[in-house]
Write a protein that binds this ligand. Structure first.
Ligand code: PEP
Length: 257
């Protein structure tokens, strides 16, 4: 397994945080801290209201901008929703899909995650598709079944060529925003399992080329141990992405590993 064949991606998921002036301040602080970073794709996934600000502040830098969701239809009577085309037209590059908070609070299912992933790909966006088990599912020893099912359903009907444009974020639900990080061994075990599922579904070259992130209370202290693992190609970071020095430390850990 050669980590050099794929891109390390550290993406911040700001969730429902930051007004426009606050977003500008955070990104202005981050820019010089990460300006010299090489070999790591840096992404800020921000609320819809901050996209324009984020795109303007990061123009010409090594920080890419992502959204936190998109709808699966191209347009129409879907009050409150944003389409993939709307994001792509703005210059947004990435989009987080199937985050556990969307699944938990907004009725997102594997079927809608699959439809959103297809819509995002059709619009030219790079989806970050989130998968992960609940604590109860881990305790019942069905983590692998849950993950295998999510990979199958979320990527249903997606070609190998399109899958290569996707990042998979392994986010054990019990570790998100709880301060309880998976151990590096647990993260590696599931990320390796995800890669094996991708190989089964596609082929080895496709699986080896796809970025698989860990997400769940990753922070400046534990990042290095996690990203050192052979199948952990970066992270999806919630809380710690809201502080420029902490997010930078995670990015630098990925750069060194
Ligand atoms: C997330 O929102 O994807 C996440 C991993 O959050 P946190 O880092 O705060 O656990």
């Amino acid at each position: 397994m050669n980590k050099n064949v794929r891109k390390a991606i550290i993406a911040g998921n700001w969730k429902m945080n930051k007004t426009r002036p606050e977003a500008k301040t955070l990104l202005e602080e981050l820019k010089p801290l990460v300006a010299d970073v090489k070999g790591v794709e840096i992404v800020a996934c921000v609320p819809f209201t901050n996209l324009e600000t984020a795109l303007a502040v990061t123009a010409g830098t090594n920080i890419k901008v992502g959204a936190e969701n998109c709808h699966f239809e191209k347009s129409g009577a879907f009050t409150g929703e944003i389409s993939a085309d709307m994001l792509a037209e703005m210059g947004v590059e990435y989009v987080v899909l199937g985050h556990s908070e969307r699944r938990q609070y907004f009725g997102e299912t594997d079927e809608t995650v699959n439809k959103r992933t297809k819509a995002a790909l059709a619009a030219g966006l790079k989806p970050i598709v989130c998968v992960g088990e609940l604590l109860w599912e881990r305790e019942c020893d069905i983590t692998e079944e849950v993950i295998a099912r999510q990979i199958k359903l979320d990527l249903f009907g997606i070609s190998a060529e399109d899958a290569k444009k996707c990042t998979i974020a392994y986010e054990p639900v019990w570790a998100i925003g709880t301060g309880k990080t998976a151990t590096a061994e647990q993260a590696e075990e599931v990320c390796a399992f995800i890669r094996a599922q991708l190989e089964k579904k596609y082929d080895k070259a496709t699986a080896d080329s796809m970025t698989i992130q860990y997400g769940g209370s990753m922070n400046a202290k534990n990042a290095e141990e996690l990203v050192k693992k052979p199948n952990v190609d970066g992270g999806l970071i919630g809380g710690a992405s809201l502080k420029a020095p902490d997010f930078t430390a995670i990015i630098k850990a990925a750069e060194a590993n």
